[in-house]
Design a binder for this molecule. Structure first.
Ligand code: HEM
Length: 401
């Protein structure tokens, strides 16, 4: 069937509810070419095909493997292709990928992450203490500041520099991404900021991830650009995603009051709820770009070297072939594991941390505000117009009955 019959794949209606379009694609054109600014891309929507693409040994992540058309349309963008920001594991394959990932994986072990639980609860409580009116926006009041505080702790951003760090990050994070000049300015500033921070860690080492990376760079395990790029990736990948987990997750609960009551009655079920929030309306719409290094067939479609591929994690996570009654919000469901954190070699390194933060934020909100309710009609909520992410600009709630 022609893609022209598909519900719109862009614009506010799609951003508000992309699932009807994904349903159409899974049924009628599960691996198809879609038009994007400046180039076309393959879009993969079925669960089985998504797993095949995410784990395929001949799909590269290095942007240099992209076709000339894709590179012409994308390499000018400020975020993705500067040596000081782009030489990170998510843009690397094979041995370089393994090396860059190994250098930080020690900071994400279950033991280290479990040690952050108390800190996540402490930050959450401090943020919730500041919400004193009858109504509040839980995105700006909680979902946004919690992950950035934890990332700053992990990286070792000094307290006095955090306001600057927040300012640059929020411009880049404001997925509106429409003002390329503004984003370029913020990216310049953030690149300079990260380079200065690296110098600071050289002269005044701390007990943090950046100091550890500086030490590794002195031993020749990572170069200067890879070092700042890794810091940048951890900031971006570890921040916006978790904002969306907390925002989308709370919205799912507010729209399913029976489930919220069940969770309040049995808080031990929180991990199951977080897992279902990630499947039901996850933060990452599409996994990042992939490019065949040789002809590859997925879902019966042949993709040629360099052709850009997007794997729709949201569509795959609602595939009825993998999840019974996929549009139901059903914590504790049995079935395939969801793909919200990806699959294969690039599987999210921060998954455990994201869950700790999500559990702290969502668990505490439920506990502290037993009468929590949406303060607006859900149809009026606005979503980031991003090709990669799915998150809310704001989540206005009534804190008390
Ligand atoms: C990779 C999702 C939180 C760091 C990924 C990928 C996904 C993902 C889908 C794979 C992308 C691809 O294959 O194209 C999420 C979600 C999160 C989250 C849904 C929150 C709910 C975090 C956090 C951190 C983090 C808290 C770190 C502080 C990373 C890194 C990668 C990654 C470094 C690249 C891994 C690699 O290339 O080997 N994430 N992420 N993420 N994530 Fe996360």
């Amino acid at each position: 069937m022609s893609i022209d019959s598909c519900p719109p794949l862009f614009g506010p209606a799609f951003d508000a509810d992309p699932y009807p379009a994904y349903d159409w694609l899974r049924r009628n054109a599960p691996v198809t070419r879609v038009p994007l600014p400046g180039c076309e891309a393959w879009l993969v929507t079925r669960y089985e095909d998504a797993v095949a693409a995410l784990t395929h040994p001949s799909l590269a992540k290095d942007p240099a493997a992209g076709s000339p058309e894709w590179r012409a349309a994308n390499l000018g963008l400020p975020l993705d292709h500067r040596p000081g920001l782009a030489r990170h594991m998510l843009n690397a394959d094979g041995g370089d990928h393994a090396r860059l990932r190994r250098l930080v994986s020690g900071a994400f072990t279950p033991r280290r992450i479990a040690g952050l639980r108390a800190r996540a609860l402490e930050v959450t409580d401090a943020l919730l203490d500041r919400l004193d009116g009858p109504e509040a926006d839980l995105v700006s009041g909680l979902a946004y500041p919690l992950p950035i505080t934890i990332i700053c702790d992990l990286l070792g951003v000094p307290e006095e520099d955090r306001a600057t760090f927040h300012r640059h990050a929020s411009v880049i994070d404001s997925a509106a991404a429409s003002d390329v000049e503004e984003i370029t300015r913020a990216t310049d500033a953030l690149e300079g900021f990260l380079a200065d921070l690296v110098e600071l860690k050289r002269s005044r080492p701390g007990n943090d991830m950046l100091t550890d990376l500086v030490r590794r760079s002195n031993q020749g395990e990572i170069d200067k650009n890879e070092l700042t790029s890794t810091a940048f990736l951890l900031l971006v990948a570890g921040h916006e995603t978790t904002v969306a987990l907390i925002g989308n997750g709370l919205l799912a609960l507010l729209r399913h009051p029976g489930q919220a009551a069940a969770l309040r009655a049995d808080p031990k079920r929180l991990p199951d709820f977080i897992d279902e929030m990630l499947r039901y309306d996850g933060p990452v719409r599409n996994a990042t770009w992939r490019f065949p290094t040789e002809p590859v067939v997925i879902g019966g479609q042949e993709m040629l070297p360099g052709e850009p591929i997007l794997v729709s994690l949201l569509a795959a996570n609602r595939d009825p072939a993998a999840f019974a009654d996929p549009d139901a919000f059903a914590p504790g469901r049995i079935g395939e594991p969801h793909l919200a954190f990806g699959r294969g070699p690039h599987y999210c390194i921060g998954a455990a941390l994201a869950k700790v933060e999500g559990e702290a934020a969502i668990g505490r909100v439920l506990e502290r505000f037993p009468d929590l309710a949406l303060a607006v009609d859900p149809a009026t909520l606005t979503w980031w117009p991003s090709a990669i992410m799915r998150g809310l600009f704001a989540l206005p709630v009534r804190l008390h009955g």
